[in-house]
Design a protein around this ligand. Structure first.
Ligand SMILES: [Mg+2]
Length: 396
């Protein structure tokens, strides 16, 4: 970004520290992105012509409440305020759109409208980033913020801000070229996936003389899970846990199974715990506790076996294990299962209480993994409308 983008700031005094607080933003175009763009006039100038794109409100709400994004609308409205496009026509639609958003809990943090025409652009007209510079100066999470739009100018705006752009299709303006940093998406479901990857995904790689491990973890996923550790029973259990936690996960481990399963089990727990720890750095809005007293998530039956799992995303790794196992399930020792959860709790910095009993050890372990998955799902829920840290101490 060129120096001309630094407005009104005294860059000569380098003793002033840069602001440590950054926020995630979505800078979103309006016509063709939030609402359909009419093919004839390319102007939405009456209520009858207002059509929201599918899923746009639910995705924006997710972005705001779960993703922690601030939403900013930036739009070029050619000739707004002239005879050809009177103010009143625009604001009737705009207010209706804002009301629809508000009715679904979608609140806009900023609104920027440029009224100039393409043939005589103002300095503010997209792809100029001037409107958005105050957000940059106040602290912008470059890695996780996006511009969302349907035209090349939106993607150029992203480029000038040093952000990635999510480029929606518009039959009137085909995406016939690619631009660095522009990601082609087909609809708002794809936007949601891209935001999840940006905010709640991580990749942990761990290589030791005993194990090679790769864990790709995405919270708030679709339950798409692939696990291969070489230990069939562990694969089955981890798949259950990730599915019930609502994660997307790809976990591959190649361990020294010719020795025994200990190193592989331990390193899988380390990798998974570290992935979770990374993704829990922002705990604002989290439920925190993995027990729903109104429901039954913490009590998970598996035929005659029953597991009670309670969890606190406390920042303090601790396992309390009261489990009666009649035999070694999956050919893995009873103490190894305890060690697995002990390691997971320590690396993810969570307090984990597990109590379980059953006649069949397979059932008992299975009820535990499902219970941990369900407890994680509950603890990881966010009510980020308030974005409050769930601790009176002020830290977790
Ligand atoms: Mg547009």
């Amino acid at each position: 970004m060129g120096s001309s983008f630094v407005l009104g700031s005294d860059v000569s005094d380098l003793s002033i520290p840069l602001t440590p607080t950054v926020h995630r933003y979505l800078f979103i175009d309006r016509d063709g992105t939030l609402i359909e763009e009419p093919a004839d006039t390319q102007q939405v100038d009456s209520c009858e012509r207002l059509r929201l794109l599918p899923r746009v409100l639910s995705v924006l709400r997710w972005a705001q409440e779960v993703g922690g994004y601030r939403l900013v609308l930036i739009t070029n409205q050619d000739g707004l305020g002239t005879e050809a496009f009177p103010e009143q026509k625009f604001w009737i639609i705009q207010r209706l759109l804002m009301d629809l958003c508000a009715s679904e809990g979608v609140i806009w943090y900023g609104l920027h409208i440029d009224r100039s025409r393409n043939d005589s652009p103002s300095p503010y007209r997209k792809p100029s980033p001037i409107f958005l510079l105050p957000y940059v100066e106040a602290g912008l999470d470059i890695e996780r913020s996006f511009v969302i739009g349907d035209r090349r100018t939106d993607m150029l705006l992203a480029q000038r801000l040093g952000l990635r752009g999510l480029w929606l299709p518009n039959p009137l303006h085909p995406r016939d070229t690619s631009l660095p940093g522009a990601i082609w998406v087909e609809n708002w479901q794809d936007v949601l996936e891209a935001l999840k990857r940006a905010v709640f995904s991580t990749h942990v790689v761990r290589q030791t003389n005993e194990t090679n491990l790769s864990v790709r973890l995405t919270l708030y996923g679709e339950g798409r899970v692939r696990v291969h550790t070489g230990i069939g029973f562990l694969d089955h259990m981890l798949t259950l846990m990730a599915f019930h936690a609502g994660w997307d996960m790809e976990l591959v481990a190649e361990g020294d199974l010719h020795v025994d399963a200990h190193h592989t089990m331990e390193d899988v727990a380390i990798g998974l715990g570290r992935a979770l720890y990374r993704l829990l750095q922002d705990k604002r809005g989290l439920h925190r506790y993995g027990q729903d007293v109104k429901g039954s998530w913490r009590l998970v039956p598996m035929d005659e076996a029953l597991a009670l799992v309670a969890m606190d995303l406390s920042g303090r790794g601790l396992l309390v294990w009261r489990v009666a196992l009649s035999e070694a399930p999956g050919g893995l020792s009873v103490s190894l299962w305890k060690h697995f959860f002990e390691t997971l709790a320590r690396e993810a910095a969570l307090t984990l209480h597990i109590q379980a009993h059953g006649e069949d050890a397979h059932h008992t372990i299975e009820s535990i993994f499902k219970g941990v998955g369900r407890a994680l799902r509950e603890a990881l829920q966010r009510e980020a409308a308030e974005r409050i840290l769930p601790s009176t101490k002020g830290t977790l």
